[in-house]
Write a new protein. Structure first.
Length: 275
């Protein structure tokens, strides 16, 4: 049979009901997604994710090592450490390291203000965005346009559709999760925070218009058992929408390779892994 793809929305986004009490962050989402897979009678599975999904999958893989066999992330952000920054100041970083630091600094210093207010004042922001559909649309579009190779890629219908995915549950749940992520240390006012080390095989796919583009393999391996890296010369933060064929190829290449992805456990039972 063909592989089965299960694509849940994070609670508070799109068609998944928003949490009704404080405390629901990335770790809780990881628990919820694993519980969903178990309810669907899948005790083992592989994970693919980007952006929020790419951050949640780190916790899910760490918390459920016997269930999450391997992962492919197109958002494996690794903040430069003190040694990296010192070498950067001394002009002794490699070309990839220099590019990765420049990309990360550009984002955190000039574009992370939305993440800061969503960590500190999500309710205040939520009231304003709930009161103004146009305001919400512009808030969403401000995150959409820089993440693709050409901003004209987005049509007016795309912007309205993406806004509706936040309007259905109300925008507060989607802003509040940043605050909860900050409480657990996954996010900070300065960018990405701490994540547990993932022991299972991990593949990473890097696209040009993303904040972590050209992150070196050895940096990526600080946070997980990264066994496969693909660097693309096009695309961006939304490859599943902008360059789906490239992302699908990465997914198929990695998970079909039982040697580096660990998916042989599924084929021994005569079936493909659920994704």
């Amino acid at each position: 049979t063909d592989p089965l793809s299960i694509s849940p929305s994070v609670p508070g986004f799109a068609f998944s009901p928003a949490p009704t009490s404080p405390g629901f962050g990335y770790i809780d989402s990881a628990h919820a997604f694993d519980a969903l897979m178990k309810q669907l009678n899948y005790s083992k599975y592989v994970i693919q994710g980007g952006d929020l999904g790419g951050l949640i999958l780190r916790h899910q893989a760490y918390l459920y090592p016997d269930s999450a066999i391997s992962c492919l992330s197109n958002f494996w952000v690794v903040a430069p450490n003190a040694s990296d920054l010192e070498r950067y100041r001394d002009n002794t970083t490699t070309s990839d390291e220099t590019a990765a630091i420049n990309n990360y600094k550009e984002f955190t210093e000039n574009a992370w203000s939305y993440g800061q207010i969503q960590q500190q004042r999500p309710l205040r922001l939520g009231f304003g965005l709930t009161d103004s559909p146009v305001g919400l649309a512009m808030w969403i579009y401000d995150a959409m346009w820089p993440g693709v190779s050409d901003p004209s890629f987005w049509s007016t219908e795309d912007i309205i559709t993406w806004t509706m995915m936040h309007w259905i549950q109300g925008p507060y749940g989607a802003t509040r999760i940043y605050r909860e992520a900050a409480k657990s240390g996954s996010l900070t006012l300065n960018g990405v925070g701490d994540f547990p080390y993932v022991k299972q095989p991990v593949a990473i796919s890097e696209f040009v218009r993303d904040i972590w583009y050209q992150t070196p393999l050895d940096w990526a391996q600080r946070l997980g058992n990264v066994t496969h890296r693909t660097v693309h010369n096009t695309g961006g933060h939304y490859p599943s929408t902008e360059t789906p064929s490239l992302l699908i190829t990465d997914i198929r290449t990695f998970f079909a390779n039982t040697q580096i992805s660990g998916t042989g456990v599924f084929f021994s039972f005569g079936k493909y892994p659920p994704l």
